[in-house]
Design a protein around this ligand. Structure first.
Ligand code: SF4
Length: 390
């Protein structure tokens, strides 16, 4: 289905569109987003609100292929804008700015993807691996044929779904071009997994992760710091480390829990069934987790601004002591400086611990800490600032 496109004052106005879902991993910021399924087939995890109230559906192979054809056409139009601007088809900052002016988000998305080389694609939404292997293969092959610059194709998948595929099927997907799978491990504790209704056991997480690795596909496992709350403050990091040690994923991606209104977890919290950990205790859990990771070569990635200590990242085992040193540096701060850093980070005044050395920022944050403490609203403010980051 081709639709009319026209240039108005040198800016392309187009009605060509393709379907996209709401989220992608932070590491896929420069990827082309292609929607294979809509929403989440599980949709029960207690902490998650992304797809609540939305029903799951699969898109047909033909629909997805038509979307790929549209991306090809939009890419051609981006080149046309570049030609008209006198850049001979190159997608540079000026071309990107011109397309941004058009206010057409998908046009900009494709231009942004091309600007960054057009090398990666992410298959949405929450669990695209639920599609039949033959359908996935047809889509991946078509994607690579129509968009030959794409070198890396990645997707989210649930462990349970991965267990329903033979290792041979996963390997075939890997050979076709599926380069990386992102799995929401969340926790390695069976009690926590049950409590949050993840629909998977720690053993199943281990089996699924090992299958992905055996199939030769890169594996990212997501861990939520603080997910055990006060009740499973030790079990959560210790069991999570046990599971990660058994998988040895390529990446361990750290997230931090924020309890969002409207989720089952918030309901449990209101009813007193779940008590959040303090920021300091979450960091203590992070320390226990990293200390307990042994004999693996994973890269720890802290690519989410909700993580209090974003500088805790590196490759195991060589960077382990450096990561623990960052954590200890925070834990050894005075109570007053801990509060200063926590508010400054949540407020966006600091990114990393070193930012506290800036005396004017430190003084401004301290003034706010003292005022909020006098009003008795320090913790509420932190919680509301965290909710704004999501
Ligand atoms: S599987 Fe993922 S998207 Fe689905 S409910 Fe759980 S966390 Fe949310």
């Amino acid at each position: 289905m081709m639709e009319e496109t026209v240039f108005v004052k040198g800016v392309l106005k187009m009605t060509l569109s393709f379907e996209q879902g709401p989220i992608r991993p932070p590491s896929e910021a420069y990827s082309l987003l292609l929607r294979l399924t809509r929403n989440c087939p599980w949709n029960k995890c207690a902490f998650c609100r992304t797809y609540k109230g939305k029903s799951f559906s699969r898109r047909s192979v033909e629909e997805v292929k038509e979307d790929i054809d549209r991306v090809v056409e939009v890419s051609r139009l981006v080149g046309e804008v570049s030609q008209r601007q006198g850049y001979g088809g190159e997608v540079n900052g000026e071309v990107l700015a011109k397309i941004y002016e058009s206010g057409q988000s998908q046009f900009y998305h494709v231009a942004f993807w091309l600007y960054h080389g057009g090398r990666t694609a992410f298959l949405q939404d929450a669990n695209s691996l639920i599609m039949k292997t033959e359908d996935l293969l047809e889509i991946i092959n078509y994607l690579k044929k129509r968009l030959p610059t794409v070198e890396r194709i990645t997707s989210y998948a649930r462990s349970i779904t991965l267990l329903r595929k033979e290792i041979g099927e996963l390997a075939e997907l890997g050979r076709a071009g599926l380069s990386r799978i992102h799995v929401g491990l969340e926790s390695g504790s069976d009690e926590v997994l049950k409590f949050i209704d993840k629909g998977v056991t720690s053993l199943q997480h281990i089996d699924a992760g090992r299958r992905v690795k055996e199939a030769g596909i890169s594996l990212s496992e997501y861990v939520i710091l603080g997910m055990g709350g006060q009740r499973w403050a030790r079990e959560h990091p210790l069991d999570t480390a046990r599971v990660l040690n058994a998988i040895n994923p390529d990446f361990i991606r750290l997230r931090s829990l924020t309890v969002v209104k409207g989720t089952p977890l918030h309901e449990k919290m209101v009813q007193g069934e779940f008590i959040e950990q303090s920021e300091e205790d979450v960091v203590r859990g992070e320390k226990l987790l990293i200390e307990s990771l042994r004999d693996i070569q994973s890269s720890i990635v802290s690519d989410h601004s909700l993580n209090l200590l974003e500088e805790v990242k590196g490759k195991l085992p060589v960077d382990k002591s450096g990561m623990l040193a960052v954590i200890d540096r925070f834990l050894e701060l005075t109570g007053r400086d801990k509060e200063n850093f926590i508010l400054g980070k949540r407020w966006g005044m600091y990114r990393v611990l070193d930012d506290m050395a800036d005396s004017s920022r430190h003084a401004r944050v301290q003034e706010a800490v003292d005022r909020l403490s006098r009003q008795g609203s320090f913790l509420d403010t932190i919680s509301s600032l965290k909710n704004q980051i999501i």
